[in-house]
Ligand binder design. Structure first.
Ligand code: ZN
Length: 424
């Protein structure tokens, strides 16, 4: 049994309403699980090893439930288009390069290294259609000590010839090969990844649904991101009443199939109702939605209706891996929505945004994203002491400031599922 304690200024969420703060306290890890937060260590833990991070912020690892690893190469570039043009002009051209092992290795090494030293401990990640490159990415993430899900992307229509499954049979064969290639990984698991309805034929969706049933895999995809995209899906799927139904009819929309849908910017009432009923997770990606002029997702509505919500960086429609940045932008975008669109929906506050980026998205992984007892022990230590200010800040103010500053260089240690990934 491995037990240790971390000492520092601890912040975490129990619920969406309030960040819990505990200055100069201990959080105990026992066999990879959190064994509680204590002002004074109980007798039974007095002798356990202790990492002393006194004066530093200690928070649960952040959770990123939507991003595209191959797009990290062009982060911060090409933000001058809306979704479909952006995909055709920038994204597909880049993703095609991952057929080349040398290129994919080089690119994924950089991505994994940066993710390792970020505050993110868990992530749900899209690869490309290439099963070998995707398996290699997963091995690199596992070796870096991360936890999460990665998907080989599937797309067989409305895609350029150079980035398109050769046939449904080939897609099925490649997907099965990929599942086999990664079956021994412990912390990085496969997640079925139809890119989105416009690029997935009915036949492909049917086949993926079969694979889902056989292997009990979760699913990630995109939903109602852009108005033009939604109109396109209406044309492509005349037998469905709304976009989400196009996944639902293949049993890849929650229920027995844990599902993350990115964006949900323009979901209608029926779609929201179905997401709620099926426990579909909404991956809110405010920076991406801004960069691609998609719109502002009604997150306050989703919170009020009790939907499952987490945050996504959506690299590379989002420019940064930082989920702190996603928290700040979730608040900022909600303010614009309140001011410009609907004044009945109050903006998000810091407590809510922090919850979404930790425990909210963490729920997709089980008990993840909090320091409550029994939660998997993901922790990040931040040395904010060198951020200069003449003013004395309360502990919660220090966290709030850090969320807006979001500078990775102050992260000095990271623990994932009880294992130290880096730090003294
Ligand atoms: Zn995406």
């Amino acid at each position: 049994m491995e037990i240790y304690a971390i000492k520092g200024d601890i912040c975490y969420s129990k619920d969406i309403h309030k960040i819990v703060v505990s200055k100069d306290s201990y959080v105990v890890c026992k066999d990879g699980l959190c064994a509680g937060v204590y002002k004074i260590l109980p007798k039974c833990y007095e002798m356990v090893p202790c990492y002393d991070y006194s004066g530093k912020l200690v928070i649960p690892g952040l959770v990123d439930i939507h991003m595209h690893a191959p797009q990290y190469t062009f982060r911060g570039l090409g933000m001058d288009m809306e979704l479909i043009d952006w995909l055709n002009t920038h994204t597909f051209v880049e993703e095609a390069k991952y057929e080349d092992e040398e290129y994919s290795n080089k690119a994924y090494d950089i991505f994994v290294e940066d993710l390792k030293y970020s505050a993110t401990t868990r992530a749900c990640i899209f690869g490309t259609i290439h099963h070998k490159a995707t398996s290699e990415l997963m091995k690199k993430l596992e070796n870096a000590g991360m936890c999460g899900y990665v998907g080989k992307v599937n797309m067989d229509r409305n895609s350029p010839e150079y980035l398109c499954e050769k046939s449904v049979n080939q897609a099925v064969e490649d997907t099965k090969k990929w599942i086999e290639e990664v079956k021994d990984l412990k912390n990085i698991k496969p997640i079925l990844t139809p890119r989105f309805i416009p690029t997935c034929s009915d036949k492909l969706m049917e086949s993926l649904s079969e694979i889902q049933k056989e292997n009990k895999l979760p699913v990630q995809s995109h939903l109602s991101e852009n108005i033009g995209e939604i109109e396109w899906v209406k044309d492509l799927c005349p037998d469905t009443n709304f976009y989400g139904e196009a996944y639902y009819k293949y049993n890849m929309f929650g229920g027995d199939c844990p599902t993350i849908m990115a964006h949900c910017v323009h979901s209608n009432d029926d779609e929201i109702e179905l997401m709620k009923k099926q426990n579909v997770f909404v991956a809110h990606c405010p920076e991406s939605n801004t960069n691609l002029s998609s719109g502002i997702a009604p997150i306050r509505t989703y919170i009020e209706k009790g939907l499952k919500i987490g945050l996504g960086s959506d690299i590379a429609a989002g420019s940064t891996l930082s989920i702190f940045n996603a928290m700040a932008m979730a608040i900022q975008c909600s303010k614009l929505r309140w001011r410009l669109v609907d004044q009945s929906l109050l903006p998000l506050n810091i407590d809510e945004a922090f919850y979404l980026g930790t425990k909210g998205g963490g729920e997709f992984f089980g008990k993840v994203g909090s320091f409550e007892e029994g939660y998997e022990f993901d922790a990040v230590v931040i040395d904010d002491t060198s951020i200069k200010s003449a003013r004395e800040l309360e502990l919660k103010e220090r966290l709030e400031r850090y969320i807006y500053l979001a500078q990775d260089q102050y992260i000095i240690a990271k623990f994932v599922a009880g294992n130290k990934v880096f730090g003294k």
